[in-house]
Write a protein that binds this ligand. Structure first.
Ligand code: HEM
Ligand code: HEM
Length: 124
């Protein structure tokens, strides 16, 4: 997938803005009940996506594999579903979105592992 590093890093920065904004709001209104959402917006959305982008940049052969597209699609769809599912789960409404989103994020990461093991041989 062309420019996958750019797209992962762009998405990461958007999650950084959202995660930090939520952290600021939590601090200002002194309500830390959304800490798990804040933590995972920043750690799955910002930190993990930024690392994925930088790793694709460092190992360009990974981006050429069809596994890269699958990784990107599963992260793009799974992450917001997982994040939106956390408050629904905590409120006792439903666990379905958080579980489905988490499985998508986990599967995406397994796909990335397979791609890395298969195609990282020729490091830049
Ligand atoms: C403008 C930036 C940020 C603000 C204002 C902010 C604010 C906060 C606040 C108010 C809490 C709750 C603290 C408490 O329990 O008393 C918190 C927790 C947390 N934040 Fe942030 N945060 C920011 C950025 C980040 C970033 C960039 C990350 C990760 C890359 C992060 C990861 C976490 C984690 C993991 C927790 C939970 C810590 C725990 O389990 O005790 N935060 N943050
Ligand atoms: C599929 C991916 C993931 C799943 C399913 C998951 C699941 C969970 C769960 C169930 C909790 C306990 C939340 C609670 O207390 O309500 C948790 C907390 C935490 N996770 Fe994750 N996690 C994932 C990814 C990550 C990643 C990638 C990081 C770091 C890079 C991370 C860092 C943390 C931290 C720091 C906490 C404590 C935050 C807090 O105090 O709320 N997680 N995670």
């Amino acid at each position: 997938m062309k420019n996958i590093d750019f797209w992962f890093i762009t998405m990461a920065i958007i999650y950084a803005v959202l995660g930090m904004a939520l952290g600021l709001i939590m601090g200002i209104i002194q309500d830390i009940s959304h800490t798990p959402v804040h933590a995972h917006i920043n750690l799955v959305g910002w930190a993990s996506m930024a690392l994925f982008g930088l790793i694709y940049r460092a190992y360009p052969d990974l981006a050429a594999s069809p596994l890269a597209r699958l990784h990107f699609i599963a992260m793009t769809i799974g992450t917001p579903i997982m994040l939106a599912g956390i408050p629904l789960s905590h409120a006792g409404v439903t666990n379905v979105p958080v579980v489905a989103g988490s499985i998508a994020v986990f599967t995406a990461t397994i796909v990335f592992l397979v791609n890395f093991v298969k195609n990282s041989g020729k490091a830049a």
